[in-house]
Design a binder for this molecule. Sequence first.
Ligand SMILES: Cc1cc2nc3c(=O)[nH]c(=O)nc-3n(C[C@H](O)[C@H](O)[C@H](O)COP(=O)(O)OP(=O)(O)OC[C@H]3O[C@@H](n4cnc5c(N)ncnc54)[C@H](O)[C@@H]3O)c2cc1C
Length: 325
Amino acid sequence: MKKFEDPILVVVDHVGDLENGYVLTPPSEQLLTAARKLTDGQIYAVALNPSPQLDRLAAYGADYVFVPDLGGRSPRVAGVVADAATACINELPEAAALLTVSNYRGREVASHLATLMDAGSAVDVTRLSVREGKLVAGKSVLAGAWETIFAVRRGTPVIALRPSAFEAEPVEVPAEAKRIDVEVNFREASTAVRVVSSDAREGEGPSLTEASVVVCGGRGTNGDFSLVNQLADALGGAVGATRVAADEGWVDRAIQIGQTGETIAPSLYIGLGVSGAVHHTCGIQGAGTVVAVCDDPDAPIFEMCDFGVVGDMNQIVPQALEDLR
Ligand SMILES: Cc1cc2nc3c(=O)[nH]c(=O)nc-3n(C[C@H](O)[C@H](O)[C@H](O)COP(=O)(O)OP(=O)(O)OC[C@H]3O[C@@H](n4cnc5c(N)ncnc54)[C@H](O)[C@@H]3O)c2cc1C
């Protein structure tokens, strides 16, 4: 693959605060890695806090870090981020692409940016390459029934990449990432929305959309998620659920995976008591290895999983836990 020569702009996320320090998120490390695979040019990160983790950004290949002045505005507001990224991209003569994380905010940011830049955009992308000088993206559509490959032909492509679709790889010899402070002109519409309050969700471990391992419980748990939680804990993963589990009130709706829930792309997905209905499996199309434990040998999950165990999860999971411990 002949790479681009032009730079790529990557909108990165951090967690933390000014007092305790900001830490680059794993999906941002994956974005920087993806950008390096697409261009021999320079990688410009756009950081949305006043004190970004420059050494870590450099470790994953950022040559420059734009620090737009948000003037106290929240980076949770997509319009604010889009205005900030537009100000940064205006600092560059040319850019081959602009990448964001495909989460709720990232997808909204991508659509704002594409409109502002009069460019083509694609979200929920899981594959990227350069073909004949064009950025070619891939993703599954229509509830996972089709895998599509397409080129973004208008303007600077704005791409939202699914978390975990790329593995983060640090550069061999990181250079220093240079900080560039940027002034931003905010549109009136962007400042019309402001964050009034936010509460951190309780619970430890990685978030569902960012975890590299997800253990998902379905109706087969019969409402008891203790084995699902234990397996997720043992593997350092996150817990997910089918819609049935959420509808029954066994788990919070926020961890529902599928067409009307979250789309995830972990390296490893383990379904426990999940039948594999298409409304669910469309949310795991980007998963690396899919493992299923289900007592129905005719369940559709066995048609798409890499490893399947036909049996009662209440017998199989404790054995797996014993081995892991
Ligand atoms: C418009 C629309 C949108 C939808 N969106 C979503 C969505 O976003 N996400 C989603 O998940 N669903 C969604 N659904 C629902 C979806 O179609 C399925 O009904 C749902 O995914 C099934 O969940 P399940 O696999 O937990 O339950 P089931 O289909 O009932 O499967 C449970 C499986 O567990 C097995 N089992 C039972 N006991 C055990 C045991 N002890 N050990 C091992 N296996 C056991 C059973 O044999 C069965 O195969 C949507 C449906 C519609 C119509």
